[in-house]
Design a protein around this ligand. Sequence first.
Ligand SMILES: *[C@@H]1O[C@H](CO)[C@@H](O)[C@H](O)[C@H]1NC(C)=O
Length: 448
Amino acid sequence: MRWLRKTSFANLVEKSWNVRAGTLGRLAVTVLVAFLTIYHGVQFAGYDTLLLIVKALLFDAWHVSGTLRCSRIVFRGAPRRPVTASDVPVDFLTVWNRKFNSPAVVDFREDYLRNCQRTTRTLSAVVSSNRLTSPGLGLGSNINFVLNLFLLAKDAVAPRRNFQLYVVDWNYVSWSELFQDFTAKSPCSIIHTMDPNAFQSVNQSAQTFDLDSAWQVRAESANDDHLLRELNSDGYWNFYQQLTAYEASLPNGVTFRKKSLLARSLLDLQPRLKDVLGQIWSNLVKEGAVHIRRGDKTVTGESINFPISLYVRALRRLCHTNPGRCSRIVYVFCDDAEVCADFVNQAKECFHVTDFRQQVKLKAILPWSERSPVEFRHQNQFNSLPAEERLESAQEMIVSIYLAALSDFFVCTYSSNVCRLVALLKHDNIADLDKDILSLDWSNWIMV
Ligand SMILES: *[C@@H]1O[C@H](CO)[C@@H](O)[C@H](O)[C@H]1NC(C)=O
């Protein structure tokens, strides 16, 4: 049944919705096709995703000829044109600080800096280009891995350890070009950028570890002052499952709240990127956002190729069920330019779709405004691009993630790490996610 995973299958689902057989006939054909795709094509979360799709299609079938029409959607205000500073109700830095520099974040950072000098024991995450053959290499998955290990260092491991991140010849080039380190000036700084040779000695003086069933660390030897885990290293899948089990063992929502705080504290955008974000944000002023993840995720069967029309429908459904709260402007980001173009085509009847390229051109933001977009379909292709292009692409992705976190509404798939990261930045309470995030697939993904 491998053929079911091919990209063209998404079109089949879409086509089946368009067969001329009346609404019920269309529904039956589509459900059958969707079922076969998901049942045979997706390793994880098959049934739950199927149920979600059926629910969405039923909703649409009920409303499709009437209320879901574009003309029936009540949008918020008139479509915004580029605005002058005086038009913007609140300035960007106020919005930024409210969301990402909240008192809880400030307290967390101060507390970390106050306590970190009490111990020299460490727990480290390692991201490097050592494992380029592994599929789990997207930027979002790197960041989520780092947050997971930060959580372990703080909460699971007794006594508490200082967290460190080693960035060794990374395929996204430089963590520090993306984020500032709030611990940079302290003796227990978190971010360490190293070349592979310098990292050798760090690597040798630290132990790899597992978690036991009581969520205690099990190191390879008794000398466990320094522990580390490298993303995608040997036995990583096993470790990942231990991590998931640990998070699932906590009461619902506890992990989410903690990770949301860690994300805001650790992922402080570099001033230059914050400025780019601010310029685009001020231009859009609270847009909707859509992220479409395809590429290797669908090839490995972790996720399915949802037809683009399902994203458009989801957006319309969101706007339909939240009258007067939706912006007509939608910011879209994809891992495949063709997919994005397809979305623009299908959504333009209802929405003004914009993207990073359009915005940087409009605002003449260098270097992006003068470059053609970095094109890649698969992670391996990305990893062979020149470092400069990889860094610019990573920065673009990060700015898009923050735009989505500041958006009115966000449509995505939780099987994508980008979608989960936006969720962590958007809300600190898991119960709030449904208010403005609509995932086309399994919501339990949010736990990992
Ligand atoms: C650290 O050491 C382990 C075991 O020798 C090795 O497999 C791994 O590649 C090293 N990591 C890096 C980033 O060099």
